[in-house]
Design a protein around this ligand. Sequence first.
Ligand SMILES: Nc1ncnc2c1ncn2[C@@H]1O[C@H](COP(=O)(O)OP(=O)(O)OP(=O)(O)O)[C@@H](O)[C@H]1O
Length: 445
Amino acid sequence: MVLKRAKILVIDDDFDVLTAIRLLLKPLVAEIVVEKNPNNINFQIESKKFDLIILDMNFNGLVNTGNEGIYWLNKIKQFNPNIAVVLMTAYADIDLAVKGLKEGASDFLIKPWKNEKIIHTIKSILKSEKKPKDNFSSNSIPIIGESAVMKDVFIKLKKVGPTDANVLILGENGTGKDLIARALHENSNRKNQPFIKVDVGALTSTLFESELFGYKKGAFTGANEDRKGRFEAANGGTLFLDEIGNISLGQQVRLLTVLQNRQVTPLGSNNPVAIDIRLICATNENPSVLADEKKFRKDLIYRINTLDITIPPLRDRGTDIILLAKYFVNLYEEKYNKSTFEFDADFTKKLKKHNFPGNVRELQYILERAVIMTDGNVLNAEDLVFSSIERTVENNIPETLNLDDLEKNAILTVLEKHNGNISKSAKELGITRAALYRRLEKYEL
Ligand SMILES: Nc1ncnc2c1ncn2[C@@H]1O[C@H](COP(=O)(O)OP(=O)(O)OP(=O)(O)O)[C@@H](O)[C@H]1O
């Protein structure tokens, strides 16, 4: 259906909202009806055949369910499941809006909205454009997943990507936080501007400021020339601060100051530089750590977390494990020029049973190794060699003084201590994460 033939009903208890939408849509559609009282929804939809309803999610105390929008959405869908409903929500209610999509809403709009956005949303629903693809990609790496939990992630990604909202990505190591951060950037208006990633958790206190804020020549011993900080490098684009949960309280204060003032002052300079960045942060810390004021400042959390996206661990993603396995096997068949592999039943069973403490990264490494090592064209259970991250410390007491053995055992002990957390382990071992990954590969851990 084209917009100018559409009959649209808008329900919101805010008179100003109703007026604004009516003025916007009146010249564009066949008919627009606005309704302040949701109790009249039944009356409205019985008396007229609407093509689309725009429904606010929050009404003041009319129905005491805590999520009135969902309640009224269900009422509409019970009456006529085919009426398209667009929910209107504030940022804080995004989880509720995602629930609304699952319950049959066609889309949702975030307040305050942009007029073009409302029109575009309505047009695409009326045209019955295909539902947006659930799958995203980042730098042409597809983000694989069909589980309900990943679909929630994709919905948030689609909604929040184009905004400038600061996003905090939560998830265990290897769940795909980096991939999602890049996808957020690539789905934003800043996609042609820089995407700069800094692993702040791995920065020593001295490096923290010089790396992020930059410095002037002579600011400290070794500062032989001016150097731009990562904030400045990301200007106009997106700054991705990984492992944000690991920074000290002092570093948090310095970060907060920059975010509040929207300017950085390089070390050794008196001239602040204005910055325009979209901030994405990620952590593998449990949210309870971030909620602990002794470890993390509340004011910083509020600033970096307009919205959070939690990426579930792989073990909770059901059939995504096999989907991802097929994707990786395919990738490595091509990379290593191997024939096409089939999975035998035991292989699939073993994959499904494993709890993947290292998440998608662990799956990826295991399958790369399986593809390289296996001859023939069937992968079976023996081809799956799981990482030793979960081995007990007692198993790792060195029996020799061979340096490689000592190094391998030190890595295992530290990984065990930090529950497989790569950043913390690398920090304790005094090496970078990349160096730790190289050693994990070297020792086939
Ligand atoms: N859904 C997915 N589809 C395809 N590849 C994925 C997916 N999730 C993760 N990967 C791959 O798994 C690896 C680990 O992902 P990524 O680096 O994004 O995880 P992370 O959560 O940022 O890890 P860390 O916490 O250790 O920094 C990468 O090679 C990434 O491309």
